[in-house]
Write a protein that binds this ligand. Sequence first.
Ligand code: SAH
Ligand code: MG
Length: 198
Amino acid sequence: MVNYYAMIKEIRDYADENNVPIMQDEGINFLTTYIIKNNIHNILEIGTAIGFSAIMMCLSQPNVKVTTIERDEKRYIEALKNIKKFKLEDKITLIYHDALDVKIDGKFDLVFIDAAKSQNQKFFEMFSKNLNEDGSIITDNMNFHGLVFKDEGEIKSKDLRALVRKVKNYKVFLENNEDYVTRFHNVGDGVAVSVRKK
Ligand code: SAH
Ligand code: MG
């Protein structure tokens, strides 16, 4: 039998050593549970990193396929290696490209946004075209490591303040979006689930 546990630990260790911000247990458990409960089979992921979440989503239940986009070469290569280790080459399609500048064909049950936080709204608008009629969009890092709950004055760096503001604005964008109903879950680093209205 293949020892998945050891293989997953290897990916986690690599992420820790190389500062790759992959999802932690709580977030990944939430995501895979959502996939099972909602019988999701086709997933588009923005932000592969080294393939961890793509692999975990793929293993969550039978017949899950993931298309995932990564713009960083080193991470893309590492993701390729990991996907191969798990023998998931026929289930995970890896695209080495900037997601802001790519055209994806096909429809998905779920779009999972986990890339540059400042671009969340753009990703949402771009890839909602790829969503099945009753599909949903999940966005990670809505809490931005707790920074969204701080007073602006507490955040010293100007760039960081601007980024925090963007995450907050994205939250408002989701709340006011007439086409989707969004719920915010305080798990992991904060996960938003936006379900398209019928
Ligand atoms: N989903 C992964 C973690 C992704 S980390 C997991 O949990 O296992 C975010 C990744 O998004 C980084 O590797 C970063 O290079 C990538 N990224 C950020 N902006 C991007 C863009 N515009 N296009 C493609 N990838 C992007
Ligand atoms: Mg994340």
